[in-house]
Design a protein around this ligand. Structure first.
Ligand code: TZP
Ligand code: MG
Length: 223
C-alpha cells in the first residue's frame, strides 16, 4: 500500500463492492468462495471469523493467511475484523472495529497508516470515529440481517441520508441485508459502496462470481 494515510477517493473506490467473509458464512471451502468472489470484482475484503462454529487458534490463522494471499494475488486489500493483534501479526492492510471494540484512537496509534474502518449508528458516533482516525464508516444494519446475532436495530437506508445531511463526508459503506435488488437504493441514499456477507457467501460455489457481478451491475446502472 502507498505511504501515508489512504485518500478519501481511494477509500471510496475500495468500498464499492466490499465482501465480509468468515468460514461460518460459507457453505463449503471458504477460500474457494473468496477466490470466486474476487474473480467477480470484489474491491475490499474483511476477514470476520467469529460466532458459533468459527475457527480458532492455528486454523483461524491459517485461513487468514490463505485469504490474505488470495487477496494479494487479486490486488485487493485485506482487512481484519476486531482483532488488531492478528492484523499486525500477518501484516494485513487494516482493521475494522465496532463501537464495543478497542478505542479507535488507540487502534489508529497501533496500526499506523493501515486502513481503519469503524461501525457507527448515529451522527455523533460517526463524528467521534472520524476525529479518532477512521478512514471509513460502516453503517447498518440497513436491512434485516441473518449474519449478525448482536446486530443493532435495522436503520433503513434513511440513516445514510441522515448522516450525509448532518455533514458527515467520510467514506461510508452500507451493511446488513443488502441484496442485488437493494444495492442501488443504498448507493442512492449516500453510501459509497455496499458490504455484503450472505448475498455472496450464501450462494453455492459456481454462482459466487455471478452474484458479485450482479451487485456491481446494479450499482453501475445508477451512473
Ligand atoms: N454488521 C452489521 S450487519 C452485518 C454486520 C457484520 C451482517 C451483514 O451480513 P449480511 O448477510 O450481508 O446481512
Ligand atoms: Mg466488532
Amino acid at each position: 500500500m502507498a505511504e501515508g494515510r489512504i485518500s478519501a477517493d481511494q477509500m471510496r473506490e475500495y468500498l464499492r463492492m466490499y465482501l465480509v467473509i468468515g468460514s461460518v458464512n460459507c457453505q463449503e471451502y471458504p477460500l474457494r468462495v473468496l477466490e470466486e468472489a474476487l474473480a467477480g470484482g470484489v474491491t475490499l475484503v474483511q476477514f470476520r471469523e467469529k460466532g458459533p462454529g468459527s475457527l480458532a487458534g492455528e486454523a483461524r490463522l491459517a485461513l487468514a493467511l490463505q485469504m490474505q494471499a488470495a487477496c494479494g494475488r487479486a490486488g485487493v486489500p485485506f482487512i481484519i475484523n476486531d482483532d488488531v493483534d492478528l492484523a499486525l501479526r500477518i501484516g494485513a492492510d487494516g482493521v475494522h472495529i465496532g463501537q464495543d471494540d478497542e478505542d479507535p484512537a488507540r487502534v489508529r496509534a497501533r496500526i499506523g497508516n493501515r486502513l481503519l474502518g469503524v461501525s457507527a449508528h448515529t451522527a455523533e458516533e460517526a463524528r467521534l470515529a472520524a476525529s479518532h482516525g477512521a478512514d471509513y464508516l460502516g453503517i447498518g444494519p440497513i436491512y434485516p440481517t441473518v449474519s449478525k446475532d448482536d446486530a443493532h436495530a435495522v436503520q433503513g437506508p434513511g440513516i445514510l441520508r441522515e448522516l450525509r445531511g448532518a455533514g458527515i463526508d467520510l467514506p461510508l459503506v452500507g451493511i446488513g441485508g443488502i441484496t442485488p435488488a437493494r444495492a442501488g437504493e443504498v448507493i442512492g441514499a449516500g453510501a459509497d459502496g455496499v458490504a455484503v456477507i450472505s448475498a455472496v457467501t450464501g450462494r453455492p460455489l459456481g454462482e459466487i462470481k455471478a452474484a458479485v457481478k450482479e451487485i456491481i451491475g446494479q450499482m453501475e446502472c445508477l451512473k
